[in-house]
Design a protein around this ligand. Structure first.
Ligand code: TRP
Length: 455
């Protein structure tokens, strides 16, 4: 049962910073540029934006609505709003998904710290063979583990400090810094000689590259990028004040996330073209782009060391504001459902996730041979969480709001008890009840059969 009074965000900007901080992460900077260029450029972008508007914002609003109405963690929210039903299982799924996501996400987040240090020390730009450099590091028996644990520790420190003094405080400082740095690097990248080709490659629609799988990938990427489908935004929603306009907040967060994804592409793709250091169509959305190709770009660029340091710093920051949002899902659950103190919940949550995370990291090295369904532990956690658990989570969340919570309760919550009036509320509810479940349902089922949708 809930213990004590609830912490909450203090300002509108704090809410946006925290939620956009969750949304903007490795998904934007690492994955989006590559997926976009490999799937028809402008055509993929249009599909992606369509999904953000049609599905992303409605699901985000659904999560905020559930959380703010119940004033509880993801698990407790379903229990409170649908007592005596199995709906709380959607909350349980969210907690399990949080474990799976954070376990593999912290592997990559840890790598960004190693690369930040290698950039600062100058080692990175003196490296002859970037592929070997990455392989040596990622397969090392303990170096990547140390960085992963450091990253988990940073995450835990912020979460332990609470909502106002931790999550809100840090995201309010870090998100503006992140935005400024991304704009700075993007401007430099697009002004490189030869970058124009890359910009074209990125934005000119190639409708020939669009097929059913592209459509699925656009939705999967949109869901992962907005952090929807596992109760992160239910948890954050429970910290949003009662007078906040939830629909407006959802739209602003989605806008920030999409803008940063596009800016990230401008930061990454044109530079690769300018220095012809990689073949985009042959790259897989694995570590290669950020940890092998980009370091080569930095090496060829004047002032590359500065850009390398800035880039890996901003990647680490983007990852951190996302990992805290995932850990908070587990911490809020332990705190409110099992009556742990925030300290104990943070300790138990982060340590148990780290244990799983160690296996994900080791699956690049000592455990590379250990495979389940033909995938390494990292691959499996990535695939199962992003492709399957998140899509089913998002599906169940819209069904819950559209068919269980129903229109009256939804309208009451989004209009702040009738204070806000907008035709959009009705339109969004219609989408939540009819359109989103069908669209996500098709994707969720297809995701079970098609490999590598968001992985
Ligand atoms: N959205 C983040 C990214 O793009 C990742 C993330 C954070 C996430 N919290 C989440 C994804 C919750 C799904 C659910 O990198």
């Amino acid at each position: 049962m809930p213990s004590g009074s609830r912490d909450s965000f203090t300002s509108k900007f704090g809410i946006i910073a925290a939620a956009a901080g969750s949304a903007v992460g490795l998904g934007n900077i690492w994955r989006f540029p590559l997926v976009t260029t490999q799937n028809g450029g402008g055509a993929f972008l249009l599909l992606y934006i369509g999904f953000i508007l049609l599905i992303g914002i409605p699901v985000m609003l659904s999560e905020f609505t559930i959380g703010r109405r119940a004033q509880l963690n993801a698990f407790g929210s379903f229990k409170k709003l649908a007592p005596g039903t199995p709906w709380y299982l959607v909350g349980s799924l969210g907690i399990v998904t949080a474990f799976a996501i954070l376990a593999f996400y912290s592997t990559v987040a840890g790598w960004t710290l190693e690369y930040l240090v290698q950039s600062i020390s100058g080692k990175l730009l003196h490296t002859q063979d970037m592929e070997k450099n990455f392989a040596d590091f990622s397969t090392h028996p303990y170096r990547p583990l140390v960085w992963q644990l450091v990253f988990m520790l940073l995450t835990a420190v912020v979460v332990y400090a609470g909502i106002q003094k931790g999550i809100e405080k840090y995201t309010k400082i870090l998100m503006p810094i992140l935005l400024v740095l991304i704009i700075f690097v993007a401007i430099r990248a697009v002004s490189l000689p030869g970058a124009g080709e890359g910009v074209k490659y990125l934005f000119v629609p190639d409708w020939g590259a669009v097929n059913f799988k592209t459509v699925l990938m656009a939705l999967g990427q949109a869901a992962f990028s907005l952090s929807i489908g596992m109760g992160t935004l239910i948890t954050y929603g429970s910290y949003i004040q009662k007078d906040n306009n939830l629909l407006k907040t959802s739209a602003q967060v989605a806008l920030a996330d999409t803008s940063i994804a596009i800016l990230s592409s401008l930061m990454v793709i044109p530079a690769i073209f300018a220095f012809s250091v990689g073949y985009i169509d042959q790259m897989s959305p694995g570590p290669g782009l950020v940890f092998e190709v980009l370091p080569n770009v930095f090496k060829s660029m004047s002032g590359g060391i500065i850009f390398a340091i800035i880039f890996f710093f901003l990647l680490a920051v983007a990852a951190l504001t996302s990992t805290i949002s995932v850990l908070e899902v587990v911490v809020a659950y332990l705190k409110e459902e099992l009556n742990f103190s925030r300290g104990k919940a943070t300790l138990i949550g982060s340590v148990s996730i780290s244990v799983l995370g160690v296996f994900a990291t080791m699956s690049f090295g000592p455990l590379a041979e250990f495979q389940i369904f033909g995938q390494t532990i990292f691959g499996l956690l990535n695939y199962a969480s992003a492709n399957i658990m998140l899509t089913f989570g998002a599906l169940l969340i819209v069904i819950f709001v559209g068919w269980r919570m129903r229109k009256i309760a939804f309208m009451e919550e989004v209009s702040n008890n009738g204070e806000l009036v907008s035709i959009m509320f009705k339109i969004v509810f219609f989408i939540i009840r009819y359109i989103a479940p069908v669209a996500i349902g098709i994707i969720a089922v297809a995701a079970l059969f098609i490999k590598g949708i968001t992985g």
